[in-house]
Design a protein around this ligand. Structure first.
Ligand code: BDR
Ligand code: CA
Length: 311
């Protein structure tokens, strides 16, 4: 299989993503953390502890950027993911992060696997932007980048137009979408429709040790989403991006279109500007465009994910 680099802010749906990648036997060469749901240091801690629980203590974890490129870390999302990022579930602390930064790790892995490295980014994009600065040739060394972030045709979840991973570092997101590598954007259009329901949570609760830990974390996450969805349920943002990257889920509507990021300080800050004119109103395709935006997903992703996490 392909070599993978995962960049995450481990968080509850990031934890589900780790479970999916491990269940799929993804060849994880390294994982970098970034501040988002919680601090980069806290995210690395959660990642190490989860990897040990999931039987993959061999995967190196690097602490990534604490602050966004042009400011200071805004302070996390404990109202969504709990104070420790994983719904208050206490895991034994296992292992230590490696000495290199996440950006250094990404650059090193890209050189070690030229043209082959798959990059999956499910947190703010700071580490990817820093890696682009360290190694301007990075886009030609990486196979592709799959991003959970943004919103093409729907509201944001932090402001009217901005999704969390993008607004936590719009300057970095702009650099990532401007770089000459193919990016697949998996945004709120589809991730808000990808759900776990109560039956999925209770199935996980009767599974093995890591499935049970994930079920316990889902308590806090369901509490956040219940009033939004009107029933016990949650959105599966990051796991859907992983499943699309892995080819486990195949969208039928995923046009290649220009994508820009608003990194200004106005009310549009953090918006992904996805140019769908060629898709919906017959304009000719833009030349030189390389990014793909996922706009639909098949039914039943929750079933697929639960089955994987119960393997
Ligand atoms: C994204 O923000 C984080 O809270 C989640 O882990 C996901 O990556 C959803 O907007
Ligand atoms: Ca995340």
């Amino acid at each position: 299989g392909a070599p993978w680099y995962l960049d995450c802010d481990t968080g509850i749906d990031d934890a589900l993503t780790l479970g999916l990648l491990v269940a799929q036997g993804a060849d994880l060469k390294g994982i970098g953390s970034v501040s988002g749901n919680l601090s980069a240091a806290g995210g690395a801690r959660n990642t190490l502890d989860l990897l040990a629980l999931m039987g993959r203590p061999d995967v190196p974890v690097a602490v990534g950027a604490h602050d966004p490129i042009d400011g200071l870390f805004a302070g996390g999302a404990d109202f969504v993911h709990g104070a420790n990022g994983i719904g208050g579930v206490e895991l034994p602390h296992v292992g230590e992060p490696v000495a290199e930064s996440a950006a250094e790790m990404l650059v090193r892995l890209a050189h070690a696997h030229p043209g082959a490295l798959r990059v999956l980014a499910v947190g703010p994009l700071t580490n990817l932007a820093l890696a682009l600065r360290l190694e301007p040739a990075l886009p030609s060394l990486v196979a592709d980048v799959v991003v959970m972030g943004g919103a093409a045709r729907v509201p944001g979840n932090v402001t009217a137009v901005a999704e969390a991973n993008i607004i936590n570092d719009p300057v970095a997101a702009q650099a990532v979408f401007d770089a000459a590598w193919p990016v697949t954007m998996v945004g709120l259009d589809v991730t808000m429709e990808a759900r776990f329901e109560d039956n999925h949570r209770s199935d996980l609760a009767s599974g093995g040790a890591s499935a049970r830990a994930l079920a316990a974390m889902l308590g806090v996450y369901f509490d956040y989403y219940a009033p939004i969805f009107g029933r016990p349920s949650c959105a599966l943002h990051d796991p859907l991006a992983a499943a699309i990257a892995l080819g486990l889920v195949t969208p039928t509507l995923a046009p290649v279109v220009p994508i820009e990021v608003d990194a200004t300080d106005g009310p549009g800050r953090g918006q992904t500007l996805v140019d769908l004119r060629s898709r919906f109103i017959g304009y000719p395709p833009q030349p030189g465009t390389r990014h793909r935006v996922v706009l639909d997903l098949p039914e039943g992703f929750g079933d697929v994910l639960a089955e994987e996490l119960l393997r």
